[in-house]
Design a binder for this molecule. Structure first.
Ligand SMILES: Cc1cc2nc3c(=O)[nH]c(=O)nc-3n(C[C@H](O)[C@H](O)[C@H](O)COP(=O)(O)OP(=O)(O)OC[C@H]3O[C@@H](n4cnc5c(N)ncnc54)[C@H](O)[C@@H]3O)c2cc1C
Length: 371
């Protein structure tokens, strides 16, 4: 897997070694793992433990499943930000590392090493919980031989931005604050509550002191949320449909209002339980959950369009990454905000709180610093 011209990891064939047998095409998960019809059961859930809930992006289904897996003596595979602020998948049985998997990292993560480890662990008879985007689950399904020991959980995915774009954002923040970025969260609930709007929070270490920042309009998040910087294949994702390929799919329960008629300031998950293994897992974590309530398909899906189809490609995507190698992150800010279709979204983001409720699309309650 090598970065392409937009900075996304892409499989590359070594033409000097290639014998033109076509096996790589046949083995590619996108050509060989097809979504089959499933009859999912949907549950709305939130974990009891408040600290775990606040560290999670939604209702904490992931950490509940991970804790159950560790308790069984198994391993958990998931995405962490490493010390260079790169998103990588790791396979571990260390709870401290598993906690770092909590929270959504809005970028394509690297899974190659992790897949190898998960394969080795399962072949030695260990249980493994593999979590990630649906395309990563397809890779795990295809690559890991001992599927009896394997539990698969996909996060309901909108698409992933380029690792090179994130790298530019990280350098920009470090140059701006003249320090080292030590934490970057896209869905920080502790300071900013649960919501679909951006909740970016980061910490910079400078002269031995750590300071936290909450930008009100980070172009990085907005370009993700508005779907203008996703990997080109995400707009055509064959796994973004009702027939999920994992045991459980977890997402944000944005449709909660029609069901509960109350707010969930700390977050609530929607779980699509797709297989018998999935049902077994949900039963096993029931004691960790405050709610685990069956909901109908329509309520479950609510406004979560990625349950039905991939994110639609906006016109802005065409040139979004053009020239990325030479561009500075600052240039992207203008690319995001000067775009005609983004302008209205940006205005409502910044000034939403002054608008009547019915035209508020997107609002923030803190300082206006565009970055
Ligand atoms: C790129 C991306 C797009 C998403 N889009 C949507 C969406 O459109 N609608 C929706 O309802 N939910 C979406 N989610 C999922 C949602 O934000 C929560 O991650 C999910 O509901 C699980 O929440 P949780 O509280 O159980 O666990 P959390 O602790 O929030 O999630 C941790 C899990 O996310 C995985 N993860 C984190 N970052 C990545 C990554 N870059 N690549 C692969 N796996 C990752 C971890 O491995 C772990 O399994 C998205 C998440 C990501 C990472």
């Amino acid at each position: 897997m090598k970065p392409d011209e937009e900075g996304f990891l892409f499989p590359v064939i070594d033409n000097d070694q290639c014998i033109d047998c076509g096996t790589c095409y046949k083995q590619c998960p996108c050509n060989s793992v097809k979504p089959e019809p499933v009859e999912p059961i949907y549950y709305a859930s939130a974990i009891k433990d408040k600290e775990s809930l606040l560290e999670s992006s939604s209702g904490g289904t992931f950490i509940a499943l991970a804790q159950w897996m560790l308790y069984q003596g198994g391993y958990v595979c998931g995405c962490v930000m490493n010390e260079y602020m790169k998103a990588v998948h790791i396979c571990t049985n260390d709870i401290e590392l598993v906690r770092k998997m909590q929270g959504s990292k809005y970028v394509q993560s690297t899974i190659t090493e992790c897949l190898n480890e998960a394969n080795t662990k399962t072949s030695k008879g260990n249980l493994v919980l593999f979590t990630g985007t649906a395309c990563q689950i397809a890779a795990a399904k295809k690559y890991i031989k001992n599927t009896d020991k394997l539990y698969l959980v996909d996060i309901l995915c909108h698409g992933v931005p380029s690792p090179l774009y994130l790298k530019k954002y990280v350098s920009f923040l470090e140059e701006k604050h003249k320090g080292k970025l030590t934490k970057l969260e896209f869905r920080n609930k502790k300071q900013l509550g649960w919501g679909s709007e951006h909740r970016t929070y980061y910490e910079i270490e400078k002269n031995g002191k750590v300071k936290g920042f909450r930008p009100s309009l980070p172009a990085y998040f907005c370009s993700f949320f508005w779907g203008i910087n996703l990997r080109i294949s995400c707009y055509n994702c064959m796994f973004a449909c009702e027939n999920r390929i994992s045991d459980i799919t977890i997402g944000d329960f944005w449709g909660y209002w029609t069901y509960f008629h109350k707010k969930f300031p700390e977050g609530i998950s929607i779980n699509s339980v797709n297989t018998e293994k999935g049902k077994y897992m949900i039963e096993k974590i029931n004691n960790q959950l405050e709610y685990c309530i069956p909901v109908s398909k329509d309520q479950a899906k609510g406004t979560n369009t990625n349950f039905f189809h991939p994110t639609k490609i906006p016109a802005t995507r065409k040139n979004f990454y053009k020239g990325i190698e030479k561009m500075k992150y600052r240039d992207f800010i203008w690319r995001v905000y000067l775009d005609k279709s983004s302008r209205m979204k940006m205005l409502t983001s910044l000034y939403g709180r002054y608008m009547p409720k019915f035209i508020k699309g997107f609002r923030t309650n803190h300082k206006k610093d565009v970055e």
